[in-house]
Design a protein around this ligand. Structure first.
Ligand SMILES: [Zn+2]
Length: 465
């Protein structure tokens, strides 16, 4: 039973899908005018874990995340880079996938782009105008916010609260300051499309309503995004979609918390930058992923040298335990009897993992479970004789965490595991031939690359430092 904190009701609710065992999920994606920064990486990672856990729990999930490729920032950046908006967005979409794949995130089932949905957007707006939820005004089209009686239900604001903050910008001809643009009249030199309302382009909010409608249908299970999108973006999406479809837009709304960047401290070792591609140059992406999951997704997270160092240490701890486990599995296992104490511990440990993720995807506690499994494993793999089935059970425990949290433990170093194994064999051969100079050289070369060899009763074991 999975519980989700629903921003709409401000409480944890038991997840009930629209269709049995299926999940339709839409996550607001980036505006592709630049490389993504560390803040963008948070929703990407946390909602990837949400998706993975639904899959683990036996759901068939359809995951859609858009690219906003029509926007003022894109127009501005394409002028600066002296390339067309299409060239600009293609470039940054490709860069996005590089970051995304490096972080170990599963590609979305669909990544719709606004520019591919202009016809559908125009039709959607026409229906809203026909039903008087929207109106044309000097080439712009606005949504009549007051016609949506429960407007403000997601961000918990009343119309009266909102009216005090609303204002009409120069050049806007709105009936009410609360009204927002569905279609914007083209300015000279801007990218635009022909429409029944005149040359122009869609407003920001309308795109997600239309693309969610087109890819997932009128009512979806989960709509997700950063907390900063709650208002006005998601509030306006609800207004447009619910007036257009006369149906609930999304049953659950999930929002991730902010990321604070401790720039001053960060500059010491990580450099004072926040673009993910730059951070990736010095921090292995799986460590970034572990860092992001070390705090519950709704809680603010602090990105600094210290928090990244801690993630590095924890990652190394898990990786070394896993490598030792694999090492023991590949060598003599003298103990014939399954260790029942370990069986109980592993089963309890996986039950704990599930309990934590069922509780609104508490990845911070799930990681604590993984560290406990590391301790259990370390004690067992230090024993002189070990049992194969027991080791395999421990390994399956690790593999569950790897799958659900998406933190892989595959080598990230220049020397891969097979090379190390063959170098160790070469060193053994040298020692047998009493060529100690060569044996020492191999050991020292490996050490220079962060690989430590340990001579144990079970043979040579290696670990990364
Ligand atoms: Zn959106």
């Amino acid at each position: 039973m999975i519980k989700i904190y629903n921003t709409l009701t401000q409480q944890k609710e038991i997840f009930k899908p629209i269709e049995e065992n299926k999940v339709k999920m839409y996550v607001c994606g980036p505006t592709v005018y630049n490389y993504i920064h560390i803040g963008n990486a948070r929703p990407i990672i946390v909602f990837d874990v949400v998706r993975r856990y639904f899959e683990y729990a036996g759901y068939d999930i359809t995951y859609v995340s858009n690219f906003t490729d029509v926007d003022d920032k894109i127009i501005k950046a394409s002028k600066e880079e002296q390339i067309s908006p299409k060239e600009l967005t293609d470039k940054y979409i490709e860069a996005f996938y590089e970051d995304y794949d490096a972080l170990g995130c599963q590609r979305a089932d669909q990544n719709p782009r606004v520019s591919d949905y202009i016809t559908e957007i125009i039709e959607f707006i026409q229906k809203l105008i026909k039903e008087e939820f929207a109106y044309e005004s000097n080439g712009d089209v606005y949504f009549r916010t007051r016609k949506k009686e429960d407007y403000g239900k997601l961000s918990k604001q009343s119309i009266d609260d909102l009216i005090s903050g609303a204002r009409i910008e120069v050049g806007e001809d709105k009936e009410d300051p609360l009204d927002f643009a569905l279609w914007k009249k083209a300015k000279p030199g801007e990218i635009s499309w022909d429409s029944p309302f005149g040359e122009g382009r869609p407003g920001w909010h309308i795109e997600c309503s239309v693309m969610a409608n087109e890819t997932l249908g009128q009512t979806i299970d989960i709509h997700a995004g950063g907390q900063d999108l709650t208002f006005p973006h998601h509030e306006n999406e609800i207004a447009q979609s619910e007036c257009h479809n006369h149906a609930t837009f999304s049953n659950y709304w999930m929002h991730n918390g902010f990321i604070n960047i401790d720039g001053t401290k960060m500059s010491k070792s990580l450099g004072n930058f926040t673009l993910l591609k730059d951070i990736r140059a010095t921090v292995y992406p799986m460590i970034i992923r572990l860092f992001m999951l070390s705090v519950h997704y709704r809680t603010p997270i602090n990105f600094s040298s210290e928090t990244i160092e801690l993630a590095k240490t924890n990652y190394a701890k898990i990786k070394v335990a896993y490598e030792n486990l694999l090492f023991r599995l590949n060598n003599d296992m003298l103990e014939p009897i399954l260790n029942n104490d370990i069986v109980t511990k592993v089963n309890d440990n996986i039950a704990y993992l599930e309990t934590q993720l069922n509780d609104d995807f508490n990845t911070a506690n799930a990681l604590t479970g993984w560290y406990d499994l590391v301790k259990i494993t370390n004690v067992y793999t230090e024993q002189n004789s070990v049992n194969k089935e027991t080791l395999e059970l421990l390994k399956s425990g690790f593999d569950t965490y790897i799958k659900v949290l998406g933190i892989n433990l595959i080598s990230n170093n220049s020397v891969d595991d097979l090379d190390i194994d063959s170098l160790i064999a070469e060193r053994e051969e040298a020692r047998k031939n009493r060529d100690f100079a060569l044996a020492d050289k191999i050991r020292d070369d490996l050490k220079a690359q962060g690989i430590i060899l340990e001579d144990t009763k079970q043979g040579v074991r290696w670990k990364r430092i």
